[in-house]
Design a binder for this molecule. Sequence first.
Ligand code: ADP
Length: 447
Amino acid sequence: MFQKILIANRGEIALRVLRACKELGIQTVVVHSTADADAMHVRLADESVCIGPPPSRDSYLNIHQIVAACEITGADAVHPGYGFLSENAKFADILVAHNITFIGPSGDHIRIMGDKIEAKRTAKRLGIPVVPGSDGAVTDEKEAKRIAAEIGYPVIIKASAGGGGRGMKVALTEADLDIALQTARSEAGAAFGDDAVYIEKYLQKPRHIEVQVFGDGFGRGVHFGERDCSLQRRHQKVWEEANSPALNAEERSRIGGICAKAIADLGYSGAGTIEFLYENGEFYFIEMNTRLQVEHPVTEAITGIDLVHEQIRVASGGGLSVRQEDIKFNGHAIECRINAEDPRTFTPSPGTITHFHTPGGLGIRVDSGVYSGYKIPPYYDSLIGKLIVHGRNRVECMMRLRRALDEFVVDGIKTTLPLFRDLVGNADIANGDYDIHWLEKYLAKEE
Ligand code: ADP
């Protein structure tokens, strides 16, 4: 097992990882920018190293500084959290070259999944169902027309290097195809320095369903069930649940089994999430994230397994603590992402939190790095906490969520809490009847 882990992140996820390390008796080092000197994870860590000024590129994305912090403190492993360097293959490779363990998959696996064309090709080869579309990059318009006619309109043009929902264009008919192709390509070139794009069928009312997987480092793969993250705004997840209200046990075990086998065949090590669109009973792979997800606590709630413990065990060569047959799904969990944003316009609302009171009681978990008097710096993303609620079934979970939202107090800034208080009383949400466009339509109606 590791002696000392360096946590290369900030906010709630840095604290989340720190808690797991403490439980496992592992010393912790955190790195932080000058803007985060007062952060909770800095206060609670055994050691901290300031690695630079507030902009992420000078601190949390500064590989040299982070490696230097490992050398100075003698850390033998790095947990990257999510975001920042968590899916940076070069970072993983550099750590390995310095004899420091990257708590995540190999650089090569990160590289494959970071290139969407390559990822889709790999998924298909591994027997994962994919969205019908072009085999690889599409360059000329003739070819694009031929493929689109074959799969049928509407189609979506997507950037191979895409991320965060950028570089995507929908063509409803052949008349839109040329312009969609050109715009997607130039947007991708400008945003990612790579203008390769591909075509796939545009699904009109899908749900976003993702499967949590793990490779144990010895060639075995397991799945921890799925999460439904269909409630999104601008492709950003807002509310996540496990299990999905749309799947039955047979579908869960079928898609889970396919994913676990793929992970084993790939020789993947550590945590990963295979994302699908789900429509009319069919799954369509869209991408794989090679890291811990923001929404991992809903999976922890229904399985009772600490996924960060498992990541650390696997990275240290100790394998998983569970086998597939030990993983049981208990009840229902929902996570609400609480952002420092206006609940209608979603404009960021940084500033000082004058009062912060979290709900408690059975089935309630709050993962947050903030506290009363904390000043939210304007430099980073606006997530200030996550409310995760567990119940024996979805009805109990929703009742408990409504009560927890009532208890939650965040004064001094605007947050997305009022949005969740509205959603919890909505009939479609109560029925679990929503697709990936539901929230945008709901917000447009409310305006
Ligand atoms: P990114 O890496 O930019 O987040 P994804 O491939 O994960 O890109 O897609 C992000 C979102 O875009 C999906 O959650 C979905 O809302 C939409 N999307 C992507 N592909 C399709 C498709 N084939 N049909 C319909 N919507 C899609």
